[in-house]
Design a binder for this molecule. Structure first.
Ligand SMILES: Cc1cc2nc3c(=O)[nH]c(=O)nc-3n(C[C@H](O)[C@H](O)[C@H](O)COP(=O)(O)O)c2cc1C
Length: 176
């Protein structure tokens, strides 16, 4: 798919087809492409925890509010985290006021590549920031050294959302 078409077609999908399994190797490929994203000093602190079995998916779903549960039904669920105190840091010292927000910045870039790499393979996604991080940490033993950020639903979309109205470029960008 042409890049222009890919970014136009990628939308958050909130309805997934039942009974269409996703091979773990396909998820590995997507993560490998996501990892082409830039990161602070190439620190590569993004981490993924993949729930792609009915049991593990159910456990992730327990840490989500009803609307996100409903919207991601039938999808694999991927917990996205980053290793703290590395991106934006030099030998343990924050390099500027953003501190660990640089780790979240890097993870966001990585996730952006992830959702586009998924779309390229005919898979749809929904990034969900509304989730119970403490429950996810307990359930899957995610270490305290990692910041849990989002849960990404990955599956075969059943309904493509309506086209989106975007802000005009001249409202959001100032040429200096
Ligand atoms: C950081 C982040 C958190 C989000 N959290 C949720 C969420 O918890 N539930 C949800 O339905 N959508 C969530 N979304 C999806 C946004 O609502 C969606 O990206 C936005 O409306 C733009 O639509 P589009 O992705 O279809 O272009 C989130 C998106 C981002 C980037």
């Amino acid at each position: 798919m042409e890049f222009k078409e890919l970014i136009a077609k990628r939308r958050s999908v909130r309805a997934y087809a039942e009974g269409r399994e996703i091979d773990n190797d396909l998820i590995r490929e997507i993560i490998s492409e996501a990892y082409q994203a830039p990161s602070w000093k190439n620190s590569q602190t993004a981490r993924y925890y993949i729930a792609n079995t009915p049991e593990s998916i159910e456990k992730v779903r327990n840490a989500m509010p009803e609307f996100n549960k409903m919207n991601s039904n039938n999808a694999a669920l991927i917990i996205a985290t980053f290793v703290k105190d590395i991106s934006g840091f030099n030998a343990g010292t924050a390099q500027n006021e953003l501190s660990n927000k640089w780790g979240a910045y890097d993870l966001g870039l990585n996730n952006a590549y992830f959702i586009l790499a998924a779309k390229e393979r005919g898979l749809d996604t929904l990034i969900m920031g509304i989730r119970d991080a403490a429950m996810l940490r307990n359930e899957f033993g995610i270490p305290k050294t990692e910041q849990i950020v989002s849960v990404i639903a990955l599956g075969y979309g059943e309904k493509q959302p309506a086209p989106r109205a975007d802000r005009p470029v001249d409202e959001v960008a100032k040429f200096l």
